[in-house]
Ligand binder design. Structure first.
Ligand code: ZN
Length: 158
């Protein structure tokens, strides 16, 4: 369920691993070693992680916008997308900015994006191509709602 959140954090440019099948000990070990924050809905994991000195946060609520708002408040994450800093939502690799005119140079002549745009972002690892399309506007709408919720959380905590 938090896989969706992981994809969003990558789009926002945050180095995010998603490990739904790892056991608690391995997750905590890895978080400590790589200085990562564990985001979980499992209170047991949260308590074990904190006991062992790892950073962890319990994700509450059922909606993506609420999750993003919580993280924005807690860690000062800016809910703004700069595609030049985004990571691939599928595999967490930093995206590479590519102009339409550069596709030929990339030796990808048989491979074309399905839409005609000036600029794209390519994942060097899984070769996914991204661009500012309809989906991008729905991303901006979700971020707008998350920002509004984040402001409400601020007011409620005063
Ligand atoms: Zn990728």
């Amino acid at each position: 369920m938090l896989g969706n959140l992981a994809r969003w954090l990558r789009i926002l440019g945050l180095d995010t691993e998603y490990l739904p099948h790892e056991d608690d000990d391995e997750l905590i070990e890895r978080a400590l070693k790589e200085k990562r924050i564990i985001l979980t809905r499992d209170r047991g994991l949260l308590e074990r992680a904190i006991k062992r000195g790892a950073s962890a946060l319990l994700i509450k609520g059922e909606r993506l916008e609420v999750w993003l708002a919580q993280l924005a408040r807690k860690y000062g994450i800016r809910l703004v997308i700069d595609p030049n800093k985004s990571r691939c939502p599928h595999c967490n690799t930093l995206l590479k900015h590519v102009l339409a005119s550069e596709f030929e140079e990339l030796n990808m002549t048989t491979w074309r994006p399905p839409v005609s745009k000036e600029e794209y972002w390519i994942c060097p690892t899984c070769k996914q191509i991204y661009w500012r399309g309809k989906h991008f506007r729905s991303i901006l709408n979700i971020l707008k709602r998350a920002k509004e919720i984040s402001k409400l959380l601020d007011i409620n905590s005063r």
